[in-house]
Ligand binder design. Structure first.
Ligand code: GTP
Ligand code: MG
Length: 550
């Protein structure tokens, strides 16, 4: 690429560079994995050298790049469509952005009035029509949305095995390199706005955008980190004197959070280019500002004072990177739950994707030998510099992925998926709690239907919101799905048949996969399987005793 510059490396996350299909065990994960903090730092620097440009949709790519490279060499660029045609352009140097901005004008409106604001979100206009070109020479766009369900079913039916289906699902839904860049760029653009109030603040993405479990189209969780401001620039011991900033005091941290988010919300609403539908949800347990970033198409949730959530994202990143089966299984379980309306984008009594992910991690800790280590064993591997206490909670765990021994477990994804449904189809939810810190069931400390211990704030339940009926729906669907996969084993619908099979059959409404079975007969079969599963469960010994890596 003639515009590229040396010295920039793509981070090994969420991109096509990840090892995906083919191998089925953890042993192929030989590529050295970067630490979460390294990936985030690198992405942030990339984003700071990047601009977002709304372009005419018949732009000539070559001329466009030539024009922009007057400001300095370009490292990477791509185009995408989202209610308009946009270019993401990453320069090699930050100075190029300043140079480009110094050339840009504030538009002169005829009927409306523009509030001047110099951001890195720009608008390109054609001065003369000779730059217009025939359709076929136009810039190619990169897709930012997930495939339609029709397309997904086609892809799944075309796969060669259930393992192949799980890999296919992961490959088609995972965040692309371009989408990851766009997410970090959006945070960086919001940071520029927040910095107008709080110079030196950082907007960090967290949740599924960075934890390796993000699906195309998922929301963008970001938090305003003011800790960087709190840190002194230089440490000086000035004898008997100590200098402090004069600040305003408020009665509690919660009020401080609400006040900060309130002004940022106002700011986004009034001056934030491309920020629409700003809602301030300040009375929630975790106060937030929700808005749409129109140009990127992301639904954004902005919080502050939320470093534990970032630490949870780092923990999930580690679990997602340790073994290639983890992400494949989590994506399938999440898609399955979404297809059966077990999860929803509206908050309510349903299971969240976060809870489902923790359930998969727990299940993988329970395999023999375990596929994932317990959080306690990650803590015991930690060095002094990994030590982390947040709000009085010990959030310490090893952050260097290379120091964690890969699992010797070689089970296939097909088996794991089936066993996942069997395991949770028969889990004693009425008396046990799910605990990834210890990797074994614990007695439930309260009467909530589903109890999943918060990994860091251990007295809390991350699925407190889940109702008994939603849990029951989950259990029933898990049993049905285990039964469907059981039929596959018996050589029922096969890859060659036209009927949805394997994972595709699991994503269909109940009863649709095997229409030939009458409801009554199916219920009988299901009961039989339940009995069988229960007997298997009671006869199996406790496999958790030998914890991972010990
Ligand atoms: P998506 O559904 O793809 O957005 O998954 P997500 O993991 O991003 O979930 P969500 O946007 O709901 O929440 C963002 C992050 O907040 C999660 O990844 C968790 O780190 C954290 N989080 C969400 N819900 C809870 C909860 O109930 N308890 C705790 N402790 N953290 C939560
Ligand atoms: Mg999210």
């Amino acid at each position: 690429r003639h515009f590229s510059c040396p010295g920039t490396v793509a981070a090994n996350f969420g991109s096509e560079e990840q090892p995906l299909g083919g191998a089925q065990t953890g042993s192929e994960d030989k590529i050295p994995k970067k630490r979460f903090s390294e990936v985030q730092k690198e992405r942030r620097e990339q984003a700071q050298r990047t601009v977002l440009i709304h372009c005419p949709n018949n732009i000539n790519e070559k001329k466009f790049l030539k024009y922009l490279s007057q400001h300095g060499p370009i490292n990477k660029h791509f185009f995408y469509e989202s209610f308009g045609f946009y270019a993401v352009v990453e320069f090699c140097q930050k100075d190029s952005v300043n140079s480009l901005q110094s050339e840009a004008l504030t538009p002169n409106m005829s009927t409306e009035s523009a509030i001047p604001f110099k951001s890195r979100f720009l608008n390109l206009k054609l001065k003369n029509l000779s730059n217009k070109i025939p359709e076929q020479l136009c810039a190619q766009t990169s897709n930012q949305s997930p495939p339609s369900s029709k397309k997904l079913f086609e892809l799944l039916n075309y796969a060669e095995s259930i393992d192949d289906q799980l890999h296919t699902l992961l490959k088609t839904f995972q965040l692309t390199e371009e989408n990851v860049r766009l997410r970090h760029l959006t945070c960086s653009l919001i940071e520029d706005i927040a910095a107008a109030y709080f110079p030196g603040c950082v907007i960090r993405p967290f949740g599924s955008s960075v934890n390796t479990f993000g699906k195309l189209g998922c929301d963008l969780d970001m938090f305003l980190d003011l800790d960087e401001i709190r840190k002194p620039d230089v440490h000086k011991n000035a004898g008997n004197f100590l200098m402090e900033f004069q600040v305003k005091n408020v009665p509690s941290e919660r009020i401080a959070t609400q006040k900060i988010l309130s002004v940022i919300g106002e700011c986004l609403d009034n001056f934030g280019p491309g920020c629409v539908g700003v809602q301030k949800i300040l009375n929630a347990r975790c106060p937030l500002v929700r808005f749409s970033h129109q140009a990127s198409g992301f639904q954004c949730d902005l919080t502050t004072n939320n470093s534990i959530a970032l630490k949870s994202s780092e923990l999930l990143y580690i679990y997602g990177s340790l073994d290639s089966r983890v992400r494949a299984l989590v994506f399938s379980v999440r898609c399955w739950a979404r297809a059966h309306s077990l999860t929803s984008s509206i908050p309510g009594a349903w299971i969240t994707n976060f809870s489902l992910t923790v359930m998969v991690i727990f299940f993988l800790q329970r395999r023999s030998p375990p596929i994932l280590p317990t959080l306690d064993s990650l803590k015991s591997l930690a060095d002094a510099e990994d030590r982390c206490i947040l709000d009085g909670n010990n959030c310490t765990f090893i952050r260097d992925l290379c120091k964690i021994k890969p699992s010797g477990n070689t089970e296939t994804l097909e088996l794991l998926l089936k066993e996942f449904f069997e395991y949770f189809g028969n889990f004693a939810f009425n008396k046990n709690s799910i605990n990834i810190r210890q990797g074994r069931e614990q007695n439930k400390p309260d009467s909530s239907p589903l109890h999943i211990q918060n990994p860091f704030e251990t007295s809390l339940n991350i699925s407190k919101n889940v109702s008994q009926s939603q849990l029951q729906k989950f259990v029933d669907l898990a049993r049905d799905s285990a039964w469907i996969l059981e039929q596959e084993d018996k050589g029922q619908p096969s890859p060659s048949s036209k009927q949805p099979w394997g994972l595709a059959a699991l994503l269909l409404p109940p009863g649709a996969a095997y229409p030939s079975l009458s409801k009554k007969k199916k219920k009988l079969m299901s009961e039989k399987v339940k009995g069988l599963l229960a007997s298997i469960k009671s006869s199996s010994t406790d496999i958790s005793k030998d914890t991972y890596g010990k």
